[in-house]
Design a protein around this ligand. Structure first.
Ligand SMILES: NC(=O)c1ccc[n+]([C@@H]2O[C@H](COP(=O)([O-])OP(=O)(O)OC[C@H]3O[C@@H](n4cnc5c(N)ncnc54)[C@H](OP(=O)(O)O)[C@@H]3O)[C@@H](O)[C@H]2O)c1
Length: 400
């Protein structure tokens, strides 16, 4: 990383080179801006800060139609957004903000995987691409999108650049909420905000390119400027959000850690595996067990839940299936609720954070992760899945 003095001498030159880079990127940006403008045009132009009724509870929701390009410029036009980290979120958010006309620079470890990827995406060393410290120095909004374990490690180097008047941004409450473990305690004289897309970075980018936006949570941890909420929503829109739902840093991290360990990822693998093994033990073939456990779920029934809810999915199934589902749902509820309670407690007490920071900071982290993923990939159930997927009509056409 650069020393602070080196950063200061670079600053004037970097401002010039930013302009050169911007000019060079002009053609590329024109095409992207046209795309962003088209996306904006197709959006319904409704009042966007709304209080909506969610199953009987009123909540505030912000919409990106309230932040067209002119408004984004009004709120953020004087800012330099320094996106620190170029993983899936950093990459998507940096590209979207750049395409939305924001002044964006990227800060990552020089020469590493992210550095090379950023270069491929058109970020230019010493113009729009820097090591982490100089990027934090140049940014007026420091967007901390390092991995959560990386945020802990890089914090001592980053915090000295978070001077009065700057804004510190996160996409997860993790670092700040579990400050006792991460050491991330922001200075008291800066705004600290969050916009957390509810999906992977790839989805954040793809939805933006399709002219749609992802749902995100938005929160304010410190409001020194008196404008932190407006800036949080504007940045959330700039990085690709369609709708932003109000929350707090703590609520965001507790729900996120619970969701991914639970129904979104952990529980689903556990339930699939359990049902598959019972079917196999009772003599069903791998294809039958897989089709009745995974394929029908992901290809037929879950999309119906997504479209119109659980009762809609039930209504579109046979009366035999409906009867069985209605009778068995309460048994699964009873069996799993204590597990979810145990999970939430483990999140709340910081146990999940301790484990994440411990395991993800180990030097052999990537190797052991790959080993664990390979175990799932090589299990009979997911190997059966490879064959079942090959038989899908769209995959048949590809291989024909
Ligand atoms: N992924 C998601 O779906 C998602 C969704 C919503 C919010 N979030 C949040 O968004 C943030 C970023 O997540 P992500 O998934 O994009 O992260 P990620 O892919 O794990 O981020 C990796 C980035 O962190 C850098 N990094 C890792 N350890 C580092 C260290 N010790 N020092 C310096 N740089 C380091 C990597 O750089 P190198 O290439 O140099 O190693 C890379 O640029 C997190 O707070 C996450 O919780 C993620």
């Amino acid at each position: 990383m650069f020393a602070r003095t080196a950063c200061s001498t670079l600053r004037a030159g970097a401002r010039r080179s930013f302009a050169t880079a911007a000019a060079r990127a002009a053609t590329r940006t024109t095409a992207r801006s046209a795309l962003a403008a088209a996306a904006t045009k197709t959006m319904p132009q409704r009042r966007s800060i709304q209080t909506l009724d969610f199953g009987g509870t009123k909540e505030v929701v912000y919409e990106r139609s309230d932040y067209p390009p002119a408004k984004l410029q009004e709120v953020l036009g004087k800012d330099t957004l320094a996106v620190i980290g170029y993983g899936t979120q950093g990459r998507a958010q940096a590209l979207n903000a750049r395409d939305n006309g924001m002044k964006v620079i990227v800060g990552v470890r020089e020469g590493g995987h992210s550095w090379k990827l950023a270069q491929k995406d058109g970020w230019v060393p010493n113009e729009t691409l820097f090591d982490i410290e100089p990027a934090c120095d140049k940014g007026t909004v420091v967007m901390n999108l390092l991995s959560d374990a990386g945020q802990k490690e890089a914090w001592p180097a980053m915090k000295k650049y978070l001077t009065k008047g700057k804004t510190l941004y996160f996409s997860h409450g993790f670092g700040v909420v579990f400050a006792d473990q991460t050491g991330i305690v922001p200075p008291k004289d800066i705004d600290v905000i969050l916009a957390a897309p509810k999906g992977s970075g790839t989805t954040v980018r793809n939805l933006f390119l399709e002219g749609r936006g992802i749902n995100s949570s938005v929160a304010v941890h410190q409001d020194v400027s008196g404008k932190a909420k407006e800036r949080a929503v504007a940045i959330g829109v700039a990085v690709g959000s369609g709708y932003l739902y109000e929350t707090t840093f703590a609520k965001e991290v507790y729900s996120d850690l619970t969701g991914e360990r639970g129904v979104l990822m952990g529980a689903i693998q556990g339930m699939f595996q359990a049902q598959y093994e019972v079917l196999r033990a009772k003599g069903h073939t791998p294809s039958e067990a897989f089709n009745e456990t995974v394929e029908e779920a992901t290809q037929s029934l879950y999309p119906l839940i997504g479209a119109n809810g659980m009762d809609w999915m039930y209504a579109n199934c046979s009366t035999t299936a409906q009867r069985g589902a209605l009778d068995w749902a309460p048994k699964f509820y009873k069996a799993s609720k204590p597990v979810f309670e145990e999970l939430y407690k483990s999140v709340e007490t910081g146990e999940e954070t301790r484990r994440t920071l411990d395991v993800n900071s180990r030097s052999d982290y990537r190797e052991s992760l790959e080993k664990e993923l390979a175990e799932i990939r090589n299990s009979e159930m997911w190997r059966a899945g490879v064959t079942v997927r090959q038989l899908r009509p769209e995959n048949q056409k590809k291989s024909a």
